[in-house]
Write a protein that binds this ligand. Structure first.
Ligand SMILES: C[S@@+](CC[C@H](N)C(=O)[O-])C[C@H]1O[C@@H](n2cnc3c(N)ncnc32)[C@H](O)[C@@H]1O
Length: 350
C-alpha cells in the first residue's frame, strides 16, 4: 500500500465509507501525493488537445482576438480554468494577440508555474471581479472535477461509496446531503440498474465564476453527454474511467496517485446551472467543426509539410475531433460569437 492509499484508508477508518467525491479529492488532489499535485503534467497518461499540437492554442488565440476586435474592445481578459502545465496559455499568449490587449489568468489547483504575461492563481476566489470582455476557457476542466457516483437500484437512487475491507471496495448507500440537494434542482433520470456520476462541484465553480465575469463568453471543451444519451443506455455503467500510461483502466481503486480518474460531463446539468445564473447558450458543436469554423486550416497551412499529421488528430471526426464537444455560454454579451454554425470556414468564404 502506497502513502496515498494509506491516507485514504486512514480517512475511511476515521470517517466511515467515503463518497466518491471525497475519495477523488484525496487521490487526485492531495497536495503531497495526489495525481494532480502538480496539475496536469505533460504527456503522462493521456493527451489533451494543447499537447497534441500548438496549432490548437494558436487557433483559439486568434479566435479570442477576433472576438475582441469584432466586439470593438481594447482589451480582453482570459481566465483559463485548470491550466495544467500552462501549455495552452503559452500557445495563446505567444500567438497573434497583441500583448497589451490581453490579460491572462490561469486558475490551477496544482503547483504554480512561473510565466511572463500570465498570472497563476490556485482558486477562482483569488481573482478580483473583472470589468469588460472576458473569455473563460475550460479545456478538459470539468471532466477532472471530483464527482459522486449513483446507481438506480430496485429501491431508487443510491450513492456509491468507497469502503475498506482487505482492500478498497465499493458499497452503495443513501444519497449524501450534497447530492440529494443538487438533484432537487437538477434531476437525473436513470434506467433501472444504470449508474452515473453527479458533479455538484461544477455548480460551485460556476457560481464563483459568475461573480467574477461581468460580460463574456465561457468556452467548455470536454467529453460529455446529454440526459437523452443516458435514457438510450449510453454509459449504462457510468462514464468514470481511469488512465495510466495511455491505457484505459476500469479498476479505479488501485495504483492510487498514479492513475488519472475522469468522467464525462453532464452537459445538461452544466447548462442548467449556467442558465440559472443568467448565462445564455451560444452553441454546441463537435471540436473538429468548431476548429474548422474558427480557422484551424489557415494555421495548419503555415506549418511545414511533415508537421501536419499531429494537428489532423485535433480535427479527426473519427477520433478526438468528435469525441470532444465545444459548448459556448455568454453573459451580458451583445456582440455575436462565431464558431458554432453548421458551415465551416472555407464554405463560408466561398
Ligand atoms: C484534465 S487536466 C487538463 C489540463 C489542461 N486544461 C489541458 O488541457 O492540458 C485538468 C486540470 O484541472 C485542474 N483542476 C481541477 N480542479 C481544479 C480546480 N477546482 N481549480 C483549479 N484547477 C483545477 C487539475 O489540477 C488539472 O491540471
Amino acid at each position: 500500500m502506497n502513502a496515498l492509499e494509506a491516507k485514504v484508508k486512514g480517512r475511511i477508518e476515521r470517517e466511515g465509507p467515503l463518497t466518491f467525491e471525497a475519495f477523488l479529492d484525496v487521490v487526485l488532489y492531495d497536495e503531497e501525493e495526489g495525481y494532480y499535485k502538480e496539475g496536469k503534467r505533460l504527456r503522462k497518461d493521456y493527451y489533451t488537445s494543447p499537447e497534441i499540437h500548438p496549432v490548437f492554442g494558436k487557433t483559439i488565440g486568434a479566435y479570442i482576438e477576433n472576438i475582441r476586435v469584432s466586439c470593438g474592445r481594447d482589451k480582453v481578459t482570459v481566465i483559463e480554468l485548470g491550466g495544467g502545465s500552462g501549455l495552452l496559455a503559452d500557445q495563446i499568449v505567444s500567438g497573434g494577440a497583441r500583448r497589451d490587449s490581453l490579460d491572462y489568468f490561469v486558475v490551477e489547483r496544482g503547483r504554480k508555474k512561473k510565466a511572463d504575461h500570465i498570472v497563476w492563481v490556485s482558486d477562482i476566489l483569488d481573482l478580483a471581479p473583472r470589468k469588460g470582455l472576458t473569455v473563460v476557457l475550460a479545456n478538459e476542466f470539468f471532466d477532472a472535477l471530483p464527482f459522486h457516483r449513483l446507481v438506480r437500484t430496485d429501491d431508487g437512487l443510491e450513492e456509491i461509496y468507497v469502503d475498506f475491507s482487505d482492500g478498497f471496495v465499493e458499497v452503495s448507500g443513501p444519497l449524501s446531503p450534497p447530492v440529494d440537494a443538487f438533484l432537487r434542482s437538477y434531476p437525473l433520470a436513470l434506467n433501472p440498474h444504470q449508474s452515473s456520476e453527479v458533479t455538484t462541484r461544477a455548480a460551485q465553480v460556476l457560481t464563483r465564476l459568475n461573480g467574477i465575469v461581468d460580460e463574456g463568453l465561457l468556452l467548455v471543451l470536454d467529453y460529455g453527454y446529454h440526459t437523452e444519451d443516458l435514457a438510450y443506455g449510453r454509459f449504462f455503467d457510468g462514464s468514470a474511467i481511469g488512465y495510466k500510461d495511455f491505457m484505459i483502466r476500469e479498476e479505479l481503486t488501485s495504483d492510487l496517485g498514479s492513475i488519472d480518474i475522469t468522467h464525462h460531463v453532464n452537459f445538461d446539468h452544466l447548462g442548467a446551472v449556467l442558465g440559472g445564473l443568467g448565462w445564455r447558450k451560444a452553441g454546441e458543436i463537435e471540436q473538429y467543426r468548431f476548429l474548422l469554423n474558427i480557422g484551424i486550416l489557415e494555421q495548419m497551412i503555415l506549418l511545414p509539410d511533415g508537421e501536419r499529421t499531429s494537428p489532423k488528430m485535433l480535427i479527426n471526426p473519427q477520433g478526438l475531433g468528435s469525441m470532444i464537444s465545444v459548448l459556448g455560454f455568454t453573459k451580458n454579451l451583445s456582440c455575436d460569437v462565431a464558431g458554432f454554425g453548421s458551415k465551416n470556414s472555407f464554405r463560408e468564404a466561398e
